[in-house]
Design a protein around this ligand. Structure first.
Ligand code: NZQ
Ligand code: ZN
Length: 389
């Protein structure tokens, strides 16, 4: 196990009707709230009315910025930064999923910075502070509700880039599983794929003696694989949503990272897909992860055998470990297919003509690698795209 520091400052408020507490919680941060949300699902579900009523009852002034798109855009972030400066906003309240939360986090760091907020995404600068960001989560998926990260797409060129900063943990996140019951099947599939992906990225590590987090990851991955299909059959079942929502937060709040180094190649490669083609992040992951596994499993067959046996319930074939590994990857793909996400680039309408461009962008024209379990360069990305064809 390697040395680590662990601190996750986000206050989690979990359970039924918890959104009613937002006014009281938000009032601790000042008087003016920027209410940030997406394309309108919160109005259709009635959540918007409950949230604004709670904020107003707490005596807060509300300024709104809606219109966050999945794969959130830099232009709206810039608009939000201007609004925060103009109205001297005290707290940004993100009501939605990863896209809204990430947009809020970018606005938060940009509002207290004199330069261009994109500097944080290119690595030119690190955030030195942020306006406080709070969350009401409506889709368990990205884990952004208690992560330090933000992922934004710059429209010109389709560059989807991320930063991580200790200043960007939400100050509080309200998790009411009831709010997820209106999600369409495809968003359920994409969200639960992302949750699983966050744990797969952490599971494949070269660090040894991480038995505790190995077992926690295996248990949490099994939970998602078991519960996710139930959501498709019973999308209004509170208890199943509760299991999935809490697993989604734990999957990405860095507890399961402690003492180990995650891989993250699949996420980096996926961002080239969703950046260029505007597909859902979870769908991109369902395409890339099985191909990545097929490409790298020889690096540590034992770990892939353990994944197959402990997570995918494959019976160990002691005489043919590669057969065990292959069956594990096949079962993971079958799970994704059953959920309804694409598992091949062609199923997402992406063909070979864009492989070179995506590999160029993902490797900064061959000058940088992705991944920690196995370091992958431009040629490796091309081979993974070929396997995902
Ligand atoms: O915009 P509205 O109308 O609200 O509709 C949204 C959106 O179309 C809809 N939706 C959300 N809650 C709903 C609902 N529809 C009905 N009922 C509800 N209760 O769902 C759609 C997708 O929302 P989005 O926020 O894009 O989903 P998700 O949470 O999967 O976020 C994806 C983004 O998060 C980033 C991804 O790259 C992607 O841009 N990620 C952020 C991470 C982080 N900050 O730590 C880590 C992740 O790995 C990921 O990269
Ligand atoms: Zn993700």
């Amino acid at each position: 196990m390697i040395n680590f520091e662990f601190r996750n400052p986000t206050k989690i408020i979990f359970g039924t009707e918890t959104e009613q507490q937002v006014g009281k919680e938000a009032a601790a941060y000042g008087k003016k709230v920027l209410l940030h949300y997406g394309g309108g699902s919160i109005k259709q579900t009635g959540l918007y009315d409950r949230v604004t009523a709670s904020l107003e009852a707490a005596g807060l002034e509300v300024i709104e910025l809606s219109g966050v798109k999945p794969n959130p855009r830099l232009s709206l972030v810039r608009e939000g930064i201007e609004l925060c400066k103009l109205h001297s906003i005290d707290l940004i309240l993100a009501v939605g999923g990863g896209s809204v939360i990430d947009s809020a986090k970018a606005i938060g760091v940009g509002a207290v910075y004199s330069g261009d907020v994109w500097d944080f995404f290119t690595g030119k600068q690190e955030p030195k502070g942020s306006l406080p960001v709070a969350v009401i989560l409506t889709i368990p998926a990205a884990g952004s509700e208690s992560s330090p990260g933000s992922v934004i797409t710059q429209e010109e060129g389709g560059y989807k880039r991320a930063f991580n900063s200790s200043h960007s943990y939400p100050v509080f996140s309200i998790l009411n599983p009831e709010l997820a019951v209106t999600l369409p099947a495809y968003q359920i599939a994409c969200g639960t794929t992302d949750i699983l992906a966050h744990m797969i990225e952490r599971y494949f590590t070269n660090v040894t003696h991480v038995d505790l987090t190995d077992h926690l990851l295996e248990g949490a991955m099994r939970t998602v694989i078991r519960q996710a299909p139930r959501l498709l059959e019973h999308p209004d079942d509170y208890d199943t949503w509760a299991e999935v929502m809490w697993t989604g937060t734990i999957a990405h709040n860095n507890l399961l990272d402690t003492g180990r180094i995650g891989d993250w190649a699949s996420h980096d490669i996926e961002h080239e897909l969703s950046g260029k083609f505007d597909i859902a992040h979870g769908a991109g992951l369902a395409i890339i992860i099985p191909a990545w596994m097929k490409y790298v499993y020889t690096h540590d067959i034992e770990r892939f055998v353990r994944f197959a046996v402990m997570v995918m319930d494959v019976e160990l074939d002691i005489n043919d470990p590669i057969q065990t590994v292959t069956e594990g990857i096949y079962r993971l793909e079958s799970h994704f297919r059953r959920m309804g996400v694409p598992v091949r680039l062609s199923e997402a309408g992406i063909d070979e003509s864009s492989f070179e461009e995506m590999a160029d962008k993902g490797s900064a024209s061959g000058t940088k690698s992705v991944g920690n379990f196995v370091k992958l360069g431009r040629d490796d990305m091309l081979k993974i795209f070929a396997l995902a064809r």
